[in-house]
Design a protein around this ligand. Structure first.
Ligand SMILES: Nc1ncnc2c1ncn2[C@@H]1O[C@H](COP(=O)(O)OP(=O)(O)OP(=O)(O)O)[C@@H](O)[C@H]1O
Length: 603
């Protein structure tokens, strides 16, 4: 991305603050004029003092001069303070406002993208965050540099140079002659440092990320006694950081020294030339200080040049990745117009193929019907493609080929948000937001009352456990056990109360008692709704109205439990393996010996 392209992209963001921009530019102009007051005052002072001395006049006659000079310098300083404040404040205001609009836009865009966007290798959680942070940070450095460094410093420099030329062309030429050397040194410095600041930041992030990972992985590290290994890994990162820091410092000290040396050569040349001109009676003695101070103003921005150049490079590098996020219009979730007002809830899936963005083909020519008001179970070994079917039914992804209909209408035609309002989804591992239990359950219906939340928690067999916590519903939800978090997700479902329910291993992390309780609760909510359930637990699927069996992305069998059992195919294989793993024969014998009803338990 070129600098011009970046400016064009930033233009609409800066446009609403054009009044501020104009005010900043005006202040810059006034500030650059005010910065030249000192040389004039000093020249006037030296020349007047010299005149007084020549006339053998002393302190009494010079008192007026001191008063005038004091008033001038103080007045200028007061004005300058105001100008600098205004300039920095307005510059910062533009920067802060533009940066928050950029972040808002990025968040809005990211939320509007389909799931496939997040699974792209460059967009995974941490990377996306880094791209947004770095992009905005570097763009804002550019805006800040422009208003706070580049504009004021260069305006000062140009005004000072013009004044030098106007006062004396030869002195002006000497000042200009030093500049190319100065520019060249700054360019070399920036070139040497090119990327090192970026590398340094990367290493610092790696170090702090490493520490975070250490804490997250503490249990595994300790259980495998890998403390020494992890320490060495961290030490290596620290060593790289140390070397990069030293290298940066060395380059900076060297080039800063060379630049100061060049500047001093400029000062010496100006002193020699102006002294010669004074002795030749071409200019007054005050002009020596006058030119030296002006030269100082000319060289000031160039001292910052290598930093500005480097930060500009950063903006060029990172802004591209950031604007890519804003521009990923292909990834925006497609949304249909059809409103699912009177849904029956019959899904027809015909000859569907689906491939994840990573290239894994998860479904091959899949056909199934999910009948309205009935419970359909999906069974199959790990990786068979069961969850993928739910992903497609929720419109998280679109199929590569084949038809997907809901109540006879293409699923793609339904308004995505309205459709998802009608669907309740409970997964094997459910996300719990940072916040209280109440807030987490409320996610199901944002304006639910506390009583409604409690009722949902009761249905999910969570209420009693919440009451035992010191802070009750205000406890931190992320501190709950896996099983309790699962019940929060189920409570969200009860609160939302949708006509279509997808359950992907809903009781996976629950203990036996909780599983039984939740199973009963889910039985109640299933009534009259379209339910799709995925479960490795036989107890959850044997009662389903229809069971579909999947193998390696294909639908291989379907029917009721009894039909599939008799067929002695894949379902029977899975069923027998599950029975063996549960040691069901022994359990049954124990229960028979105990005189219990076996049939109820074995199903
Ligand atoms: N987000 C994803 N990106 C890429 N590939 C994926 C993604 N999710 C699943 N897959 C792949 O798709 C295939 C089907 O996965 P899916 O999760 O649908 O299986 P499943 O039958 O639900 O398995 P399990 O019972 O273990 O949950 C697998 O090969 C899996 O690796």
């Amino acid at each position: 991305m070129s600098l011009w392209e970046i400016i064009k992209r930033l233009y609409p963001y800066v446009l609403p603050y054009r009044a501020l921009v104009l005010a900043t530019l005006l202040l810059t102009l006034v500030g650059s004029l005010a910065a030249q007051v000192n040389p004039f005052v000093l020249r006037y002072t030296v020349d007047t003092v010299q005149g007084l001395l020549n006339q053998n006049k002393g302190l009494t006659q010079g008192a007026d001069l001191l008063l005038i000079v004091t008033a001038l310098l103080l007045g200028k300083e007061i004005i300058n303070t105001g100008i600098q404040f205004g300039q920095k404040f307005y510059g910062e205001k533009i920067r802060i406002n533009v940066s928050s609009t950029l972040v808002r836009d990025a968040v809005h865009k990211v939320l509007s993208y389909e799931l496939g966007f997040y699974s792209d290798s460059g967009n995974q959680t941490g990377k996306l965050q880094t791209r947004i942070d770095r992009g905005v940070e570097s763009l804002m450095k550019l805006v800040q540099n422009f208003f706070i460094d580049i504009l004021p410093l260069f305006a000062n420099s140009i005004v000072a140079l013009v004044i030098m030329f106007m006062a004396n062309v030869y002195v002006g030429l000497v000042a200009v002659a030093v500049l190319p050397v100065y520019f060249w040194l700054s360019y070399r410095q920036a070139d040497k440092l090119n990327g090192t600041r970026r590398a340094l930041r990367g290493l610092r992030e790696a170090r702090s990320q490493g520490l975070v990972n250490l804490i997250d992985s503490a249990v595994v590290i300790k259980s495998f006694v890998r403390e020494d290994y992890e320490e060495q890994k961290q030490a290596q990162v620290q060593q790289n950081l140390q070397e990069a820091q030293l290298q940066t410092r060395k380059t900076n000290f060297l080039y800063d020294g060379l630049k100061t040396f060049t500047e001093q050569i400029g000062v010496v040349l100006i002193i020699i030339l102006t002294a010669y001109l004074v002795l030749d009676r071409q200019i007054s003695i005050g002009a020596i200080m006058f030119h030296i101070l002006l030269f100082n103003n000319v060289s000031a921005p160039i001292r910052q040049l290598h930093r500005i150049y480097d930060e500009m490079n950063d903006a060029l590098t990172y802004s591209e990745g950031f604007f890519d996020i804003l521009d990923a219009n292909d990834a925006v979730e497609p949304t249909g117009q059809l409103l699912p007002d009177h849904l029956q809830g019959t899904f027809d899936i015909c000859h569907v193929d689906f491939t994840y963005p990573s290239g894994t083909q998860a479904l091959h020519d899949v056909c199934l019907t999910i009948e309205a008001g009935k419970t359909t179970a999906l069974v199959g070994l790990s990786g068979a493609g069961k969850s993928t079917i739910i992903n497609l039914l929720c419109k998280f992804y679109a199929p590569d080929r084949g038809k997907m209909l809901l109540d006879g209408q293409p699923l793609a035609d339904y308004n995505t948000h309205a459709l998802r309002q009608q669907i309740g989804l409970v997964l094997q591992k459910n996300h719990i937001f940072k916040g209280t239990i109440e807030e987490n359950i409320r996610y199901g219906v944002m304006d639910a009352t506390l009583d409604q939340i409690k009722a949902a928690a009761r249905q999910a067999y969570l209420h009693e456990q919440i009451l035992e916590l010191p802070k009750g519903y205000q406890s931190d939800a992320q501190q709950l056990s896996g099983g309790q978090q699962q019940r929060i997700a189920i409570a969200r479902l009860f609160l939302k109360n949708p006509p279509i329910i997808f359950l992907d291993e809903p009781t996976a992390s629950l203990d036996a008692i909780a599983t039984e309780q939740i199973k009963n609760s889910l039985e109640a909510i299933k009534q009259g709704r379209t339910v799709v359930i995925i479960s490795h637990s036989l107890a959850q699927i044997v009662d389903a109205d229809c069971i579909y069996v999947m193998k390696q992305g294909r639908m291989v069998e379907s029917g009721t439990h009894e039909q599939l059992y008799d067929r002695r195919g894949t379902y029977r294989e899975i069923f027998d393996a599950s029975a063996r793993s549960l040691n069901i024969e022994k359990l049954a014998r124990v229960m028979v010996d105990d005189g219990d009803e076996v049939e109820d338990t074995v199903g």
